[in-house]
Design a protein around this ligand. Structure first.
Ligand SMILES: *[C@@H]1O[C@H](CO)[C@@H](O)[C@H](O)[C@H]1NC(C)=O
Length: 401
């Protein structure tokens, strides 16, 4: 058998392409996963910072978020750390899946470990996909996790992340690299790439679909919906207690950059991201781990959360969030009443179709008894099953078409 280092062949690598997996250290806790590091350069039209971010009071932060819109070109070269996991079954039934890479893109204040259930097996989406025959690549978005941390205001914004991940996808699809576990004879290691995003990872996916509609074959957008005009999440979210990460915990976040923020309030973060603790809808130990391992959100990420109409994307789109997602279906926290993403004549989930008017196949699922981070609630498996059912339907129609 080939050793892993031998399977990391690099063929036809050219300067315009992104990169190579540069590290092959096995990821802790899983025999079929390894860490990959991609070196990616990109140029983007980011928002110009005319008003400096200030989280010391609500009104200053609102001034930052609502500042005049102008754009400026930025460039950079980043390291994107990712965890690649092979399918854990390979058989005839799963042969289509084995050629379909699920690219897992986490939300704000998380990293790639969101997808492995923060260490809790019952919430391990990655292992679930692998057990159905799908390979997965869970990335730390630039500015998050172990990836590089350029300036959190000027650089770590959605447009730059879109350009960097676009380059990453080009390298995954092109002849440039062969990932471990991919058929060695294949020119491109994967026939399909499915974007699986959560929250900000879904927003970035939507922006990618608008700008580069050919990049991925299908979108699974989790932790997202279209708020109604009466929803106003920011005041509730503000109670999460945004604070420069290095002031909150200089040991965990030894950053000089004060534009990387954490959510310092344990109760506030729970009220925004989780559903009912009294019912209860989730395991308190999971939330403890969530809070203890939380990552950051940058000022630039907060400034660039816009959704776009991706009217040139013609593939399947699946939308999934917790039915009680306070971030997209309410006032940013679960009090005083649990929000309901399905309320009203057209649900906020169904409304995401407006962003993908040409999609070949659109469906949505409101995961019951779950909040914004539905993947770490007791009902998580229902969401995983709805997702795999959708992908099976989407690809069986693609095959027979
Ligand atoms: C925003 O634009 C308006 C209209 O052009 C201008 O009057 C105002 O000074 C600008 N504000 C800032 C902070 O640049």
């Amino acid at each position: 058998m080939n050793s892993l280092s031998k399977t990391l062949a690099i063929a036809g690598f050219v300067a315009t392409a992104v990169a190579l997996p540069a590290s092959t250290a096995p990821a802790a806790g899983s025999k079929n996963c390894e860490e990959l590091i991609f070196k990616v350069s990109a140029t983007a039209q980011n928002r110009e910072i005319l008003v400096q971010p200030d989280v010391s009071n609500f009104n200053s932060f609102v001034e930052f978020l609502t500042q005049n819109v102008s754009y400026t070109q930025i460039s950079g070269s980043e390291k994107i750390v990712a965890r690649y996991c092979r399918p854990t079954i390979v058989n005839i039934q799963a042969s289509q899946q084995s050629k379909t890479l699920q690219l897992l893109v986490h939300g704000n204040t998380y990293d790639k470990h969101y997808w492995s259930g923060l260490g809790f097996e019952d919430y391990n989406y990655e292992a679930c996909a692998n057990s159905l025959g799908y390979p997965t690549l869970a990335i730390d978005r630039p500015g998050n996790g172990q990836s590089t941390r350029p300036n959190g205001a000027t650089h770590v914004q959605a447009p730059y992340q879109v350009e960097l991940i676009h380059k990453l996808i080009q390298s995954l699809r092109g002849p440039g690299i062969v990932l471990p576990g991919a058929p060695q004879t294949a020119v491109a290691p994967f026939e399909r790439v499915v974007w699986v995003g959560h929250s900000y990872g879904s927003i970035i996916g939507n922006q990618l679909a608008a700008k580069y509609p050919a990049d991925v074959d299908a979108y699974v957008l989790m932790g997202i919906a279209i708020p109604k005009p009466t929803d106003f999440a920011l005041p509730g979210q503000w109670e999460m207690g945004f604070q420069p990460a290095s002031e909150y915990d200089p040991v965990r976040f030894p950053y000089t950059d004060k534009t990387y923020f954490v959510t310092s309030s344990k109760a506030g973060r729970m009220a925004t991201f989780y559903s009912d603790p009294a019912a209860p809808d989730f395991d308190a130990a999971v939330y403890d781990a969530d809070f203890a391992t939380m990552g950051t959100i940058t000022a630039g990420e907060a400034l660039t959360q816009t959704l776009a109409v991706a009217d040139r994307f013609a593939g399947p789109v699946f939308v999934l969030t917790g039915q009680e997602d306070a971030t997209f279906c309410g006032n940013g926290k679960r009090e005083p009443v649990l929000p309901d993403c399905l309320s009203g004549s057209e649900s906020r989930l169904a409304k995401v179709h407006d962003l993908f008017p040409q999609s070949s196949f659109f469906d949505f699922f409101a995961q019951p008894d779950a909040g914004h981070c539905h993947g770490t609630h007791y009902t998580a498996q229902q969401g995983f099953e709805a997702t795999s059912d959708f992908l099976a339907r989407a690809f069986s129609s693609a095959v027979s078409a």
